[in-house]
Design a protein around this ligand. Sequence first.
Ligand code: DX5
Ligand code: ZN
Length: 224
Amino acid sequence: MIKIAPSILAADFGRLGEQVTRAQEAGADLIHIDVMDGRFVPNITIGPAVVEAVAKVAAIPLDVHLMIVEPERYLRRFADSGADSISVHIEACTHLHRVLGQIHEVGCRAGVALNPHTPATALREVLDDADIINVMTVNPGFGGQRFISGMTIKLRTLREMVAGRDIEIEVDGGINAETLPIAMAAGATIAIAGTCIFQHEKGIAAGIAELRRAASMATADEES
Ligand code: DX5
Ligand code: ZN
């Protein structure tokens, strides 16, 4: 079954603890935390202090997505704040192999995120060093964007590349009940979703339930 990782970027930051608790009670598998520095991406968001606050209320793993330059400078800080996995952007790392090792050294699972233009093959030589691949299905920086459908080709390529390895494939950006089955069919094993969960008109639990319904129908389609 696909894992669902609500992205708190779309949450009400004034009630963050309560919203994370609600997502967890509604069956979220992970909490996804988007860290932006205003340099790698145009937006500025969350730092280690907020990760620490989320860690106090969340019993499920925290998946920290660093959209920052020189991510190696902050790995220890985020690990100490409660991150379980840390993803860095391949485009932000001159020495990606070393950075993935450093993520393991601070005790976290290591992820690599790929911007839409970056080919799957760019990480072929580090597959032994990664636990997670984050396939950005929007240009990073903002929530609420449209899923780039061409990314399904990349997902399929990655599924073949990682076959037989213990590597999760995340999809991040524009995921909703329509795009989730498409991403799943192409190989995604973790769905990151912000807007369609935290801004669902009927609330967070309804947003997660809608994704689960879409996922179970997609699985049924595949099996039939
Ligand atoms: C975008 C972030 C995403 C974002 C997804 O840069 O990496 O995690 O929160 O938000 P939605 O689901 O609204 O596209
Ligand atoms: Zn993200």
